[in-house]
Write a protein that binds this ligand. Structure first.
Ligand code: GDP
Ligand code: MG
Length: 779
């Protein structure tokens, strides 16, 4: 029987894990190992993927992958276990209490003034970024979705000189599965931080310690930060911190990153272990008596065999030994074993496989999970039922329910856009516009009164105020949209969207995980492109990168709003929605095309953890909004302002640098005239439109500011509505802005970046042509 055949609420014990290569290792690392107990929670609304409960957390798998896992039915055992555990008496150390494992102030410290580097390593959603923000006082984006931290970020610890912490992408194990996981693994392996701060989600110690054990094998000084203790304690659970310290051999500090509890103590310990270079006291987790000790003997034999090679390759011996047994090709090749040694090694491994009755990777995973089981049994008193879990289940009944998931999704997204564009954002925008107008009026009067030179006067009022001002007034809308997107992400909802959209996305050749970059793309393409690093397959990643620019980013919103207000105020909503949908539709068509041509093959497997819903922290959200606002203001006053001034200058002078009376004979008109013939068939041949589109390449908002300068006051009297509509469609689809192209180049290389620019202009031209044709015939 396989996992696929189980029904809802069925419980079974895994007997065999099929699949191969990296995917299989990923299964094992996520706790899908022989002997583990799984319960089916639910199927996605479209019947696939399936949500499972394993080791006390929620995992999603596709049915195809579930079919590779063999199980035998079982009665639920967890109830029995819980009762047995409750009998034992436990101490209940509070937050920040508990024994210190290591003697303070002994040993052989690093010289004073050495830079202490720390790596912040932990599972996804364990609160690394929240802690990082606490430690450094900066504001990195925090989210409750696997993989929001896509690049490493560093900063010094507040009030501690000579320190540097690095926030790394979340990983589940030291065998990398997606490209961002490689970032984390390589950082720890190659850059050799002075110490590791391993952040462990205390509500889910069972799964989180799997990574901890591999980190301990690295032999790098380390402290464990038990995060989310507020939830554990709040639910009546507790963790025997002292016992855990003894079992793990490193200091364990209970903290709550979001409530800032225990963080100061954590810092003290971290700096101490780094300064005195106190290595973990324990690296040996295999039990001599476990299943006859086959794994134990194998590990030790191999550790001896490869010791000299590991030392030469500068890889920790214990870590190398377990990786060799798992069959990690990278580590094996780095060790450079000779033929004899390889054969001996293979022989030892085979012997172990026979004795243990499990294959190599499963045997190691099993050894780790048995140790973890022991740690949990001895230290963790689980609450009866976590409030957060119960709450999540209640919410999920609707948000991922069979019939309710999609309607809720559409409803929620609709609500977000409605609130952004017609309620909150629009109201704030009105306020800001009034302010800018008033300011512009005052400046105008003041300059007239002072008799300022006419050219400068023109530059400031018709150039800067009109141009930058028109863009600036969109700040509220952009911040509001980011606010909602980050709330969705932070709460854990977007992970659910990935879960129930997987089947749909697979039709166009992608996996559910691709929905995340796409949704972020509605905010801005740059972070969206970076977020694709969480996707485990290169093929999915490339395809997603190429599709995200079709999502209407917030920089395009000013263009939409501007033309809608000028031409079609009565159809505002319809056109706004239409543009968003047109972008999505184009992406779908193109995805079909890609799937049939450049990107044949299957979407990557979908193995993902579903975190509990969490209330987004006010501090985190506020920080993010401030960042976005700052970012936007910087753009408005740098790129957009420069573009505005350049455009104003070029349209005011001719090639002899004389002020022109009619901008038709200006330098700008000449330059744009070169592009005009290409744009004429779609009715955008006017040099002013061409100019605005060119400046839009710098920043999309510039399309509006340029049009404002070039057309002057009322645009609706000089441009036909059909032209406006075509221009909207063209702006939606044509090349992404420079920043986005640069991020695409970083991810995929120059060739692709150039292709994207050309390719999207062609697509935009074709679609605009069709739309125009349709409009002309209809109207
Ligand atoms: P990362 O993926 O490891 O970087 O995790 P994040 O820092 O993005 O946090 C994931 C989620 O956990 C966010 O919704 C945080 O608000 C929440 N969170 C982080 N630390 C704590 C904590 O100590 N207690 C509680 N209750 N929630 C936390
Ligand atoms: Mg993070």
């Amino acid at each position: 029987m396989t996992l696929k055949e189980l029904g809802i609420k069925d419980t079974a014990v895994i007997t065999k894990v099929g699949g191969e290569g990296a995917l299989r290792q990923h299964f094992l690392d996520m706790g899908v190992i022989p002997g583990a107990e799984v319960t089916v929670v639910k199927f996605a609304p479209m019947g696939d993927p399936v949500e499972l409960m394993i080791h006390g957390y929620k995992l999603t798998l596709r049915l195809d992958d579930a079919a590779k896992i063999e199980v035998r039915p079982a009665k639920s055992q967890s109830v029995k276990e819980e009762i047995a555990r409750k009998k034992k008496k436990r101490e209940h150390p509070g937050l920040g209490e508990g024994g210190k494992f290591h003697p303070k102030g002994s040993g052989d410290p690093l010289p004073d003034g050495t830079l202490l580097t720390f790596a912040l390593v932990g599972n996804q959603n364990s609160g690394k970024t929240t802690l990082f923000n606490r430690l450094t006082g900066t504001n990195q984006h925090v989210g409750n979705f696997p993989g929001v931290t896509v690049d490493r970020k560093d900063g010094p610890i507040q009030e501690h000189k000579n320190t540097l912490v690095t926030d790394l992408p979340g990983i589940y194990s030291m065998s990398p599965y997606s490209s961002e996981e490689i970032v984390s693994r390589n950082f720890v392996l190659d850059e050799k931080p002075r110490a590791i701060i391993n952040i462990v989600d205390a509500t889910n110690v069972g799964r989180n310690l799997y990574l901890t054990m591999q980190l301990l094998e690295m032999g790098i000084p380390m402290v464990v930060a038990l995060n989310m203790m507020d939830e554990v304690v709040g639910n009546g659970g507790s963790i025997d911190v002292n016992a855990m310290e003894e079992l793990l051999g490193v200091p364990v500090l209970p903290i709550s990153a979001s409530k800032n509890e225990g963080v100061a103590e954590l810092v003290d310990h971290a700096i101490h272990v780094a300064h005195y270079q106190e290595k973990p006291q324990r690296q040996d987790f295999c039990d001599e008596s476990d299943h006859g000790g086959a794994v134990h003997r194998c590990l030790h034999a191999i550790a001896h065999l490869i010791e000299d090679h590991a030392r030469r390759a500068d890889i920790p011996v214990r870590f190398a030994a377990s990786k060799v047994i798992e069959g990690d090709p990278l580590i094996i090749s780095q060790l450079g074993l000779d033929q004899n040694e390889t054969e001996t090694m293979e022989h030892i491994v085979r012997q172990m496989e026979n004795e243990r009755g499990l294959d190599r990777s499963a045997a190691i995973a099993d050894m780790r999970y048995s140790f973890i089981q022991r740690v949990c049994d001895e230290t963790v008193t689980k609450p009866k039922e976590s409030r957060e879990r119960l709450r999540s289940e209640k919410i999920d009944r609707y948000l991922t329910g069979k019939y309710t998931a999609i309607p809720f999704f559409i409803g929620i997204m609709g609500l977000v856009f409605w609130l952004t564009f017609s309620v909150i954002g629009a109201w704030l925008q009105g306020l800001l516009e009034t302010g800018i107008d008033a300011l512009s009026g005052i400046a105008d009067e003041a300059m007239t009164a002072a008799g300022v030179n006419e050219v400068i006067h023109g530059l400031i009022i018709d150039g800067i105020f009109a141009g930058v001002g028109s863009v600036l007034s969109f700040l509220p809308i952009i911040v509001t949209l980011f606010f909602f997107l980050s709330m969705l992400e932070d709460s854990g909802y977007i992970a659910r969207v990935a879960f129930f959209m997987d089947k749909l996305l697979r039709r166009i050749g992608l996996s559910g995980r691709s929905i995340v970059p796409m949704l972020i793309g509605f905010g801005c393409t740059v972070p969206a492109v970076m977020a694709t690093r969480t996707l485990p397959s290169e093929r999915d990643r490339k395809m997603t990168i190429l599709l995200t620019p079709f999502m209407s980013c917030t920089a395009k919103v000013p263009i939409y709003s501007f033309f809608i207000a000028a031409f079609f105020p009565q159809y505002g909503w319809l056109i706004m929605t239409g543009l968003y949908l047109l972008g999505i539709l184009t992406a779908i068509v193109i995805a079909y095309f890609y799937r049939g041509t450049m990107f044949r093959g299957k979407a990557a497997p979908f193995v993902m953890e579903l975190p509990d819903y969490r209330m987004p922290g006010a501090r985190n959200v506020a920080q993010l909004l401030w960042e976005k606002a700052k970012d936007f203001l910087q753009r408005a006053f740098s790129i957009i302002m420069i573009a505005t001034i350049v455009v104003w200058f070029l349209q005011s002078f001719d090639f002899t640098f004389n002020l022109v009376s009619d901008s038709q004979s200006s330098i700008l008109a000449m330059i744009s005239g070169l592009v005009a013939p290409i744009m004429r068939p779609i009715g955008l041949g006017d040099w002013r439109i061409c100019t605005s589109l060119i400046s839009g390449f710098m920043a999309k908002e510039s399309v509006v500011s340029t049009i404002q300068i070039l057309f002057g006051g009322s645009i609706s009297s000089v441009m036909a509505p059909i032209t406006a509509a075509t221009l909207l469609v063209f702006s939606l689809l044509y090349t992404p802005c420079v920043a986005a192209v640069a991020s695409i180049k970083r991810e995929m290389g120059m060739k692709w970046a150039v292709n994207v620019v050309i390719w999207q202009c062609i697509i935009a031209w074709i679609v605009a042509f069709i739309v125009r044709l349709v409009l002309i015939t209809v109207i």
